[in-house]
Ligand binder design. Structure first.
Ligand code: ATP
Length: 356
């Protein structure tokens, strides 16, 4: 089901939680609401669900103003971070719950309910756990049950609020892939709230980056990662190195060195260059626009990083650069660094994507 959000605003007392939010959610897509804590993700989700009311604006479900639809009529499936399973019910009963509490005329006969629950448990790969109680399950298994329960009612829209937030990194990773595959089969319109950029990048068809109650950017994972609309998105979506630069005479100046570029640049004046650590390439000291001394080298799993103290026009600036596997540097080495792909932002506003 297609969902349109129009000019939505929400305050809690004097605090503005949502500011003029406009968003089109396509039928069947998996949309991630991504942003730091307090950016308004859950508030937006709750308003879409009908659990909370906006102060201004509208939500449309398949073109119908949702103000006329209560929570039940919106037919929404929920999964929360803290598995809200009924502790006194088995897995089977938990999943069957939504089907059994329907008004009599909408309720399916018991044998159909049993068949459907069995199918759902198979679908989420927990068919062997039907008779267990929630406290006999791992966190990951509980979230599978929660999802099966949400899907049992054949929702128009599935709302997932940090569903894997309480799980350890490894389980999170495997559940993410599982959710991605599951969504591929179901194609139910889904909105996933997360503050984990990796999760959003891996799972979502499109990502909505939120900051301070506003939408900062909407795009595919590739667009969000490769073409962040502003410094907020660049910073939030991955590791970033920020360098003060000057735009002058049609070039980018890092101290007294000019960075080669053919791209269109913002107006002359001070600006900031944002680059991912793996987009800083090591090279000849005499040729690279940045020079510095390696302070330390770290390994994190398969990756290596070098902390380089840049000689930055009198100021020292410590940056972390990713080391390609074949590059060996030691503490004390003088190295040259060249930003390979970067973006220039003028006072936080989006300007241009450039690559050297
Ligand atoms: P998190 O990732 O921490 O859940 P979020 O992006 O989901 O954050 P929201 O839960 O939407 O953020 O909250 C947005 C802001 O609104 C927060 O600053 C929060 O403190 C505030 N807020 C939310 N609900 C209420 C409420 N019922 N009363 C007062 N303030 C609230």
């Amino acid at each position: 089901m297609k969902i349109d959000v129009r000019n939505l605003s929400k305050r809690f007392g004097n605090f503005v939680a949502l500011k003029n939010v406009d968003l089109d959610i396509a039928s069947g897509e998996l949309l991630a609401l991504l942003g730091p804590s307090g950016s308004g993700k859950t508030t937006l989700l709750r308003i879409i669900a009908g659990l909370d009311f906006a102060d201004g604006g509208e939500v449309y479900f398949a073109g119908e103003n949702a103000a006329n639809l209560n929570v039940r009529k919106r037919h929404v499936g929920f999964v929360f971070q803290h598995y809200a399973l009924f502790r006194h019910m088995t897995v089977f009963e938990n999943v069957a719950f939504g089907l059994r509490v329907r008004p009599r005329r909408e309720r399916k006969p018991e044998h159909e309910i049993v068949k459907r629950v069995k199918r759902l448990l198979e679908f989420v790969h927990i068919e062997g756990l039907a008779e267990r109680y929630p406290d006999q399950l791992s966190g990951g298994q509980r979230q599978r049950v929660a999802l099966a329960r949400a899907l049992a009612i054949e929702p128009n829209v599935l709302l997932l609020d940090e569903p894997f937030g309480a799980l350890d990194a490894k389980v999170r990773k495997s559940l993410r892939r599982w959710l991605r595959d599951l969504h591929g089969e179901l194609n139910v319109t889904s909105v996933l709230v997360t503050h984990d950029q990796e999760e959003a990048l891996e799972v979502a068809d499109r990502i909505v980056v939120m900051g301070n109650g506003k939408i900062e950017q909407v795009g595919t994972p590739e667009e969000i990662y490769n073409e962040p609309a502003n410094s907020f998105v660049f910073d939030f979506i991955g590791e970033s190195v920020k360098l003060p630069v000057r735009i002058e005479n049609g070039g980018i100046w890092i101290g007294s060195r000019r960075l080669a570029t053919n791209d269109e640049l913002p107006a002359s004046g001070p600006a900031r260059l944002f680059v991912r650590p793996h987009d800083l390439t090591f090279g000849e000291v005499s040729e690279a626009p940045l020079q510095g001394a390696v302070r330390s080298v770290r390994r994190v799993g398969a990756l290596s990083f070098a902390d380089v103290r840049l000689d930055y026009g009198g100021d020292d600036l410590l940056v972390e650069a990713s080391l390609p596997p074949e590059t060996i540097v030691r503490a004390g080495d003088l190295v040259g660094l060249t930003p390979r792909r970067y973006r220039i932002y003028e006072d936080g506003a989006a300007e241009s994507l450039t690559s050297a």
